[in-house]
Design a protein around this ligand. Structure first.
Ligand code: PMP
Ligand code: GLU
Length: 397
């Protein structure tokens, strides 16, 4: 008798990634010849800078085709530590022993959740939050506690809000600045209050800084520049967004040595090392500083110009409310009340795709059904046209 698949309890509540699903749907529509404007998945539209691609090609020819240490090659871990130490790191400098390289910051986040959280633990998730945090925490069999941010505070949460959402079982929190999905950036004093609370309570802070270099108004601070000690900090970053390297799949964590060892052991049984050639590409991105900084600055300038252009397009519609993005490349737009739907973000995303051929992500993916997310990491004329259609659809109701 054929075996019928019954999902194991491990994945009983698992949902497909809404951000990746929107990307797949708009690719499928485009393949049918429908001219969709894709403001769905957040992925830089630039090519990986040439000097990085060339370094990777050289590395392959030089034999970077084999397994490496699970935690990544030492030169890359040294470069990651040096990259962190170029910040005003409080306390002792970061060492390579604190660094574990993985197949993308997504894997580092998941490894950190599995290693630090478990059954019976509550994890605070400032909401709206990137869709995968909820799933990762649940895959670690811990419990998500969504902590809603106020729209008046750019949907960020405060230390007070975290403290009042905490329970005796709270084990840690996820932090994302600049934020996906809102583009909000936590100030030094906001971060400081949150880190102080976490240190007092003995909570893990998993700080996702994948968008740190993509900030438009005075930069975004790292928790490494603020925390006086980092024994409860796990800082996540990677090359995907800043260096336009999404497909290379390189991310990393900076965490206390004991946590790094546990994450390495876990990764050693699941995926082993990240691709050797990609590690060499990331090494070029982190060590050829003049060319890397020039490339990152140019891309960030382009994102900023697009951000200003899409905000201007939306501002032509005075009733449209959105969070002013100060980093990342997303616009978070309020669609509460749209056609009286229970999930207005999903109803709006469906309407704007069917009626206006624009792909966006419903806010329910991020824990806030009254909103939608549009990515402007695409050609400026398309981003402006797409958001103009969004605003028209919204104001027409
Ligand atoms: N964190 C956030 C907030 C993201 O938006 C993404 C984008 N996919 C990731 C982590 C994962 O990035 P990657 O695995 O490509 O490094
Ligand atoms: N981080 C991007 C997004 O939020 C890429 C898709 C994903 O990995 O979720 O759209």
């Amino acid at each position: 008798m054929p075996l019928s698949f019954q999902p194991s309890p491990n994945i009983a509540r698992l949902k497909e990634s809404a951000t990746l699903a929107v990307a797949a749907r708009s690719r499928a529509l485009k393949a049918q010849g429908i001219p969709v404007i894709d403001l769905g998945a957040g992925e830089p539209d630039f090519d990986t800078p040439a000097f990085i691609r060339e370094a990777a090609a050289r590395a392959v020819e030089a034999g970077a085709t084999r397994y490496t240490n699970t935690e990544g090659i030492l030169p890359l871990r040294e470069a990651i530590a040096a990259d962190a130490n170029r910040l005003q790191v409080q306390g002792v400098p970061v060492t390579p022993a604190e660094v574990v390289v993985s197949n993308g910051s997504k894997q580092s986040l998941y490894n950190a959740c599995v290693c630090c959280f478990g059954p019976g633990d509550d994890v605070l998730i400032p909401t709206p939050s990137w869709t995968s945090y909820f799933e990762m925490v649940e895959l670690a069999r811990a419990n998500c506690v969504a902590v809603p941010g106020d729209a008046a505070n750019e949907l960020k949460v405060t230390a007070e809000q975290l403290a009042s959402a905490a329970t005796p079982r709270t084990k840690g929190l996820m932090l994302c600045s600049p934020s996906n999905p809102t583009g909000a950036v936590y100030s030094a004093s906001e971060l400081s209050a949150i880190l102080e609370l976490a240190a007092q309570r003995g909570w893990w802070v998993i700080a996702d800084e994948i968008y740190r270099r993509i900030a438009y108004e005075g930069g975004a601070q790292s928790v490494l520049e603020i925390a006086s000690a980092r024994d409860n900090l796990i800082v996540i970053n990677g090359v995907a967004k800043a260096y336009a390297m999404t497909g290379w799949r390189i991310g990393w964590s900076i965490a206390p040595v004991a946590v790094s060892k546990a994450m390495t052991a876990f990764q050693g049984h699941t995926t082993s090392n990240a691709a050797a050639v990609s590690q060499h590409a990331a090494l070029a991105a982190l060590t050829d500083l003049d060319r890397a900084n020039a490339a990152v600055d140019e891309m960030v300038r382009a994102f900023r110009t697009r951000r200003d252009a899409v905000m201007q397009a939306l501002d032509a519609f005075p009733t449209v409310r959105y969070i002013r993005p100060r980093g990342a490349f997303y616009l978070y737009v309020n669609v509460e009340g749209f056609r009286g739907a229970d999930d207005p973000g999903a109803a709006f995303a469906a309407a704007v795709l069917d009626e206006h051929q624009v792909a966006i992500v419903p806010g329910s993916a991020f824990g806030t059904p009254g909103w939608i997310r549009a990515s402007y990491a695409t050609r400026q004329d398309l981003a402006v046209e797409g958001l103009t259609r969004v605003a028209r659809c919204l104001t027409a109701g």
